[in-house]
Write a protein that binds this ligand. Structure first.
Ligand code: ADP
Ligand code: MG
Length: 561
């Protein structure tokens, strides 16, 4: 057969419904897309003015979102650069031709051209997920421009004519379709704006709200209040993460935490301000919560933004899993806005971001540990779960955390791996030269064993936490040379090379063996070990213990790991 080359053709009539349906999983984002276009248009006029390419007044750039329940419309109005009829044809009629990308190309040298949100030239079409007709009324900033009016019913044909807008900027009017009537509701729109637009860089107004204001004093000196209608501005245009850490106080960070999570009662333990611009762009603030229960974390999740537009709080593939226990915001224009999970996983920026965040978190913990060891120890109870989870699941994090991870003993003293190793390495040694770390998983139940170990001058670690069974294995491998972790009630204490010299035994060797046999027969279990301790002062002459290895295997089987 003859070789043939060609181009696959796309029929817009067919592809259009597919875009509408599958581009965004959630149709509420239409508002995010249109408001961010309005914000872009506003930023662009500021930019042009700063570059001396626009000599008129920039004026008030507040974006208005208006709801008309009777007309069944939602209107998004801005005082941005506007569009001529030609530009509407170019930017709106051509799907996936992003004017934002073109604008950035044109003004590349302008250092903050990347405050523009748009990227893909697809956002505008999300309007058709909720509207059966969309109108644009726009007046371009260009001198002598004529207002233009565009209307489209979601098919591939449109009408364009002279518009009515008399001031610079754009109105986008959505005629909400039958299935999307839920959006013709004030609370619903407020909720969507709160979710996606709370930190946009240009003020967004959604009608008015009533506010109680002091209004002079009564005759008896009591303050008098009145209700006033004020603009309902839904966003903070300068969220903390966009500022320099040097300009922020602890109070600012705490206030921002509550702005992010208005329903959280707790204060975070500490925070990390992220700020990189090479090799990728990322800012943000991560907060360390007191980890009490899963529920709290499920609610106050890390929020992902792209140029101050909320994207998602499902950050599973962007943030290393163990860091999902943290809270706060990450803002990166390098994280693609509206793409699928599998794309995110493959994205090399995402991987770099992952590594960067992990490193930053480890560095911050190390810094606190070094500068305020006591404070770090006080927080240990609240952060140890997080750190151990990180060490068990992320090698890079573990490497760093080996320096500041603490081992806590039953007397609430804290040691680094190194310190602990030094502490016991000459005292708790078995006949093969292994260094034996003793630990308890249940202080109350193993109380007598702990006392016995202490009486011999040994130290016992507190390993009662939910991850500690797994963590014991980690300490064995990474805590130092030849470490063996043994539960305090396993069969080792008496086999350690105690410093004490000769001890006089109450029973002869033969008598001890006989007694042991009797107990062993009585229990007859292979995984249990009987030890008759023949020390004269011993108040626990017989101990029945489970072999450490067998026991740990059982524990792991129980916790599923
Ligand atoms: P993107 O924002 O990714 O570029 P959109 O589909 O959201 O893609 O918008 C396409 C283009 O239409 C924008 O890049 C911009 O040039 C133009 N545009 C959309 N909304 C407005 C607006 N409110 N004011 C001026 N231009 C707009
Ligand atoms: Mg857009």
């Amino acid at each position: 057969m003859q070789e043939e080359k060609g181009t696959i053709s796309i029929h817009t009539e067919n592809i259009f419904p597919v875009i509408k349906k599958f581009l965004y999983s959630d149709n509420e984002i239409f508002l995010r897309e249109l408001v961010s276009n309005a914000v872009d248009a506003s930023q662009k006029i500021k930019r042009l003015s700063a570059l001396g390419q626009y000599n008129g007044q920039v004026g008030d750039l507040t974006v208005d979102v208006k709801l008309d329940e009777t007309a069944k419309t939602i209107t998004i109005s801005d005082n941005g650069i506007g569009m001529t009829a030609e530009e509407i044809k170019k930017y709106i009629n051509q799907i996936a031709f992003s004017g934002a990308t073109e604008f950035m190309e044109k003004f590349k040298e302008a250092n903050d051209a990347n405050e523009i949100i748009g990227r893909f030239g697809l956002g505008f079409y999300s309007a058709f997920m909720v509207a059966d007709r969309v109108e644009i009324d726009s007046l371009s900033y260009q001198e002598g421009a004529e207002p233009a009016h565009w209307t489209c019913d979601g098919s591939t044909s449109y009408e364009i004519s002279t518009g009515t807008r008399s001031t610079r900027g754009t109105d986008v009017i959505l005629h909400i379709n039958e299935e999307s009537q839920e959006f013709l509701n004030k609370q619903r729109l407020q909720q969507i704006l709160d979710k996606y637009c709370k930190f946009l860089p240009v003020p967004i107004r959604f009608g008015t709200k009533s506010k109680t204001e002091e209004d002079g004093q009564d005759a008896d000196g009591k303050p008098h209040y009145k209700k006033v209608e004020v603009d309902n501005i839904i966003n903070n245009t300068q969220p903390a993460w966009t500022k320099s850490p040097a300009d922020l106080t602890d109070q600012d960070y705490l206030e921002f935490y509550h702005e992010l999570y208005p329903h959280s009662m707790d204060e975070p333990l500490f925070w990390i301000h992220l700020n990189v611009d090479y090799p990728f762009n990322l800012t943000g603030i991560l907060y360390f919560p007191k980890i009490k229960n899963e529920m709290e974390i499920q609610r106050n999740k890390i929020q992902l933004y792209s140029r101050q537009v909320f994207i998602t709080d499902e950050v599973k593939d962007i943030v290393p899993e163990f860091l999902m226990l943290l809270q706060g915001v990450i803002d990166s224009p390098d994280i693609p806005l509206n793409v699928s999970r599998s794309f995110l996983q493959a994205d090399s920026n995402v991987k770099k971001i992952n590594n960067y965040i992990t490193k930053k978190v480890a560095d911050k913990l190390n810094e606190i540990f070094k500068s305020d060891r006591k404070g770090f120890e006080e927080k240990w109870k609240d952060i140890n779960l997080f750190i151990k989870y990180g060490m068990l699941s992320d090698e890079k994090f573990a490497e760093k955390a080996n320096d500041f991870c603490l081992l806590q003993n039953v007397d609430n003293a804290y040691f680094t791996f190194k310190e602990y190793y030094e502490k016991v390495k000459d005292i708790q040694v078995d006949k093969d030269g292994n260094i034996i770390y003793l630990y308890t998983q249940d202080k109350a139940q193993q109380d007598s064993f702990i006392a016995a170990a202490k009486a011999k001058g040994y130290d016992v670690l507190d390993f009662e936490g939910p991850l500690d069974t797994h963590f014991a294995g980690y300490v064995e491998q990474k805590g130092g040379e030849k470490i063996q972790m043994k539960r305090v009630d396993s069969d080792v204490i008496d086999k350690l090379i105690a410093k004490d010299e000769q001890i006089e035994l109450a029973l002869s060797e033969e008598e001890t063996k006989k007694a042991t046999d009797i107990f062993e027969k009585a229990i007859s279990r292979a995984d249990m070990k009987v030890e008759v301790d023949a020390l004269p002062e011993n108040d626990l002459p017989v101990s029945i213990t489970m072999d450490e290895f067998m026991r740990r295997m059982k524990d792991m089987a129980k916790t599923g790991g």
